[in-house]
Design a protein around this ligand. Structure first.
Ligand SMILES: C[S@@+](CC[C@H](N)C(=O)[O-])C[C@H]1O[C@@H](n2cnc3c(N)ncnc32)[C@H](O)[C@@H]1O
Length: 302
């Protein structure tokens, strides 16, 4: 292709039509993000661009080709936004989802209610979205980011290293299996954490998922036939890790809130077991408090 610069409006229209034809709901938005990425500008500045030259036009069309094959937008641009942070992502690590920001907000609120600098933990940390988000939004909090998968750990370590100082320096990466009580006991002192979040693999094996999800590692997404294969064995480890009075938030599949509630109540060390829904009223995460010695009764709300 040679000649005069291409009008941006026509390129975006054609790209959005192509992406819509590929079944992508957010076609126009994705097209804009891809063009902003190719031009190296914030998406908000696209309105200032009328025309683009040959080279960026070719690069943009190549990026649209990839997206039309249902490669996730975040893999094409190489980053994912999560709360106030931007994380490097790509093959081998789960792409953080906007709905998990509810759990981030809950954790930051709980940490804000603490009397002094607190220790938090993010079990099944993946890219480090929750751990780095908490460190960024809760100054002074130290966060242990626990992840088992070697490929995910590469991305996690990179994101922690790239996080602005002092955020990154308050995140400790721990390579461990959160369902292995012996290994976890060797690495994390009992009762050392006041706020623990986890977005574990929880999708039931027979669930129908979109084409983009195939680009997330299966180990990050699926939680066995009932979606509980990591959550259930993780609950005793969570109980041991939390300080008395400490709180946990567990994200789950929208079909498994009752299982998570039952698991926490059956353990016996938790009270204030509470369901939380997202903005579309879908069950999203369950929170609970580790009992203080001497406290009685099993609260249930939500
Ligand atoms: C759904 S992803 C969540 C990643 C990140 N917390 C987020 O919200 O974007 C789940 C993560 O748990 C990790 N994982 C799976 N089983 C694990 C286990 N037994 N112990 C530690 N991490 C595990 C996966 O490798 C994956 O990175």
């Amino acid at each position: 292709m040679t000649g005069s610069p291409t009008p941006v409006s026509a390129e975006l229209r054609a790209a959005a039509a192509r992406l819509t034809a590929s079944g992508i709901d957010s076609a126009r938005r994705d097209a804009e993000w891809l063009l902003a990425h190719v031009l190296g500008i914030d998406v908000g500045r696209l309105v200032l661009v009328d025309r683009i030259d040959d080279a960026p036009t070719r690069a943009f069309r190549a990026a649209v080709d990839l997206r039309a094959q249902r490669i996730p937008l975040q893999h094409i641009v190489g980053t994912a936004a999560f709360g106030p942070v931007e994380l490097a992502v790509g093959p081998g690590v789960f792409i953080p989802r906007p709905e998990t920001e509810h759990l981030l907000e809950w954790a930051v609120e709980r940490l804000g209610a603490a009397s002094g600098p607190a220790t938090a933990a993010d079990f099944c940390s993946g890219s480090g979205a929750l751990a780095i988000g908490i460190a960024a939004m809760s100054p002074g909090t130290r966060v242990m980011a626990v992840e088992a998968d070697e490929d995910a750990l590469v991305w996690l370590r990179r994101n922690v290293a790239d996080a602005a100082t002092p955020v990154g320096s308050r995140v400790e990466v721990i390579a461990a299996d959160v369902t292995d009580p012996t290994q976890m006991a060797q690495l994390i002192p009992a009762g050392s954490v006041s706020v623990l979040v986890t977005n574990p693999p929880y999708v039931p094996l027979d669930a129908v998922v979109g084409p983009e999800v195939a680009h997330d590692p299966a180990r990050a997404v699926f939680g066995g036939v009932d979606g509980m294969s990591v959550i259930a064995p993780m609950v005793p480890v969570i109980a041991r890790t939390l300080a008395p009075g400490g709180v946990v938030g567990i994200e789950h599949d929208d079909t498994t809130a009752e299982h998570v509630v039952a698991c926490l109540r059956a353990h016996g060390d938790f009270e204030e077991v509470t369901r939380h829904t997202d903005l579309t009223d879908r069950p999203r995460f369950v929170t609970a408090r580790r009992r203080q010695p001497g406290s009685a009764g099993r609260g249930m709300a939500g």
